[in-house]
Design a protein around this ligand. Structure first.
Ligand SMILES: *Cc1c(COP(=O)(O)O)cnc(C)c1O
Length: 384
């Protein structure tokens, strides 16, 4: 076996399973429209749930931040890359979500890798929902701790796993809103189980933050649960990019010593931190309430209008509305049909989702209009 053969075989296996992933260069990818190849499509693929990626105040904050601080941070936060803009954003996030501290990361993927790598040791155990995001499961399987997965949203199964003896510490891992299914975790039950077994809970609320709860505080606030570790990301509802971990003073100080993704990596540009502060201000304002209300109305309109005799709608009240198709080829064909009729949707296939559950992952955003949802329904109900 040579390197070349190893790579060719892996590609051939993906190709023959209709599972080869490709990127598509777009002219515009976030917001109401997706533009590519000189065509314009209604965009049902972006995670820009509140339509903030094009918000004038947020764009202006980024521009002014770049004028003031330059375009790059110049280094790791442990050297010279931690600015007053980063500090102000961390304080605003902590205050908003009711934690002592927030630490910024360059992405949600980095935050999850960092926190799991920094906390987990050989005798410890991670007990994660089996549908947790790849960034969490990958970090868990790379860590020296044992990984056990509980059935999706099944707190009884979680309790059984937690009850088996563990020589070290246990960390329960789940998401607020699940990225491929759009459903929510029963966080109060899960936190109660964790507490019974002296375990800590990590909630990744990438898809809930900004979008649900009072002032957009997300799934945990909405369910009145305060996990020991809360990961929020800024590439979705915030319309920007980046992430933060919310935690206690001592955990923040610990991560500043041991989280290698923070120490050995350039911090986000200060201008981006300024844009994130502007995004947070919109999310917390009356305008944020209006944006969330419009999104909720569009979600309801979609769910009420879909013909469920031919298409399987997932049990989701969130902006993520998957249509489970099953077969990879069928999912790809359906996505193609929709594109030909002006609606851009993404077919999601294994290994991102379990085998046999290929799906169209439709995402609705505040940037859509009611006629956009009606057009999607017309096309889907015709294609189904
Ligand atoms: C998108 C996502 C991430 C990754 O966040 P990025 O900032 O895009 O790296 C992590 N966890 C979940 C649940 C996600 O959906």
């Amino acid at each position: 076996m040579t390197w070349q053969k190893k790579i060719d075989d892996a590609l051939a296996a993906r190709r023959s399973a209709d599972a080869l992933r490709r990127r598509y260069p777009v002219t515009l990818g976030a917001g109401r429209w997706l533009q590519a190849d000189g065509c314009q499509y209604l965009n049902f693929s972006s995670n820009d749930y509140l339509g903030l990626s094009h918000h004038p105040q947020i764009i202006c904050a980024w521009q002014q931040g770049a004028e003031r601080f330059g375009v790059g941070s110049g280094g790791s936060g442990h050297v010279s890359g931690y600015s007053i803009a980063h500090q102000a954003l961390e304080e605003e996030l902590a205050q908003w979500l009711g934690y002592s501290r927030a630490l910024l990361f360059i992405s949600g993927f980095a935050a999850n890798q960092a926190v799991i790598a920094a906390l987990m040791e050989k005798d410890d155990r991670i007990v994660a929902d089996r549908l947790s995001h790849a960034s969490l499961l990958e970090a868990a399987s790379l860590s020296p701790a044992t990984l056990r997965r509980f059935s999706h949203n099944d707190s009884q199964h979680l309790a059984r796993l937690l009850a088996t003896p563990c020589p070290g510490q246990q960390l329960v891992v789940t998401e607020g809103v699940f990225s491929m299914d759009g459903d929510s975790a029963p966080l109060a039950e899960i936190h109660a189980m964790a507490q019974q077994h002296n375990a800590w809970l990590l909630v990744d609320d990438a898809h809930g933050i900004g979008v649900t709860g009072e002032e957009g505080r997300g799934s945990c606030w909405q369910q009145q649960v305060k996990p020991e570790l809360l990961v929020v990301t800024f590439g979705k509802g915030f319309g920007v990019s980046g992430a933060a971990i919310l935690c206690s003073d001592s955990v923040a100080d610990y991560l500043l010593q041991f989280a290698r993704h923070l120490i050995y990596s350039t911090s986000m540009p200060p201008a981006q931190a300024q844009a994130l502060r502007a995004s947070l201000a919109v999310i917390r304002s009356h305008e944020g309430d209006e944006r969330r209300a419009k999104l909720a109305m569009l979600i309801q309109r979609f769910r009420a209008g879909i013909n469920t005799r031919s298409l399987t709608l997932a049990n989701s009240d969130s902006a993520i509305q998957p249509l489970i198709v099953g077969d990879n080829q069928h999912a790809l064909r359906l996505a193609d049909t929709l594109r030909q009729q002006g609606c851009w949707v993404t077919a999601i296939r294994p290994p991102t989702v379990p085998v046999g559950t290929a799906r169209l992952r439709l995402t609705l955003t505040q940037a859509h209009e009611t006629q956009d949802i009606d057009r999607l329904l017309e096309v889907l109900n015709g294609a189904g």
